[in-house]
Design a protein around this ligand. Structure first.
Ligand code: GLN
Length: 205
């Protein structure tokens, strides 16, 4: 990556995308919103898939012809950070629902895993490589019920369940680090981008 600010496309179809944009700008990145295929085609160093409602986001991704191009670019190495619904979209499969999403991370997600009433809570827990005391806000959150290969590494455990994972340049959290003031998870994602393919800046021309 060049010395210039990293440019992050934030999927802005539905959900908590504005909070990600604010957090990314605070941590030294430039952002733009992805609402259609033409936006997604813009040069970028990374992609954020926000929390919200994964079924709605998936429907829109299909209708807008974004699902395949996103999957392809991630497979080719585009760094991606998915939170909550974003984690669900990145998971290879979803418990009792099967596959059909972006499905680039070798893991199974369990949706609304904490039950409808207990779905929202906050805690503080360790995230490997980031810190021992990361604030975590869960909102009708999923967790990762299975890790499918050793390339996909669990990074955090809350109440015996995996709530964050990394596979190469892909990062997923069941919680919402964009809500609140702790910027460490976003900084970690920007560091992942800085460490990924050095040639991508040239290719963008
Ligand atoms: N429950 C939502 C889903 O299944 C995810 C919740 C969130 O992103 N905050 O898509």
């Amino acid at each position: 990556m060049s010395m210039a600010k990293p440019v992050i496309g934030v999927l802005a179809l539905q959900g908590a995308f504005i909070e990600h944009e604010e957090m990314l700008r605070k941590t030294g990145a430039e952002t733009f919103e992805i609402r259609q295929l033409a936006d997604f085609m813009r040069p970028k160093d990374g992609l954020v898939i926000p929390g919200g409602e994964s079924t709605t986001q998936l429907k829109l991704l299909r209708e807008l012809g974004l699902l395949e191009p996103i999957r392809e670019e991630i497979r080719r190495g585009l760094p991606v950070f998915g939170t909550c619904a974003g984690l669900i979209l990145l998971a290879k499969s979803v418990e009792s629902e099967g596959s059909g999403r972006i499905a680039t991370m070798n893991m199974e997600a369990c949706r609304n895993a904490y039950g409808r009433q207990l779905g929202s809570f906050t805690t503080v827990a360790a995230v490997e490589g980031i810190g021992p005391d990361i604030p975590m806000t869960f909102i009708r959150a999923p967790y990762i019920s299975k890790i499918g290969s050793k390339e996909c590494k669990p990074l955090a455990i809350v109440d015996g369940h995996i709530v964050a994972a990394r596979q190469g340049a892909q990062l997923a959290t069941a919680f919402h680090p964009e809500l609140g003031s702790d910027t460490r998870v976003h900084r970690y994602f920007l560091k992942m981008i800085a460490e990924s393919t050095p040639s991508s800046a040239e290719e963008k021309g």
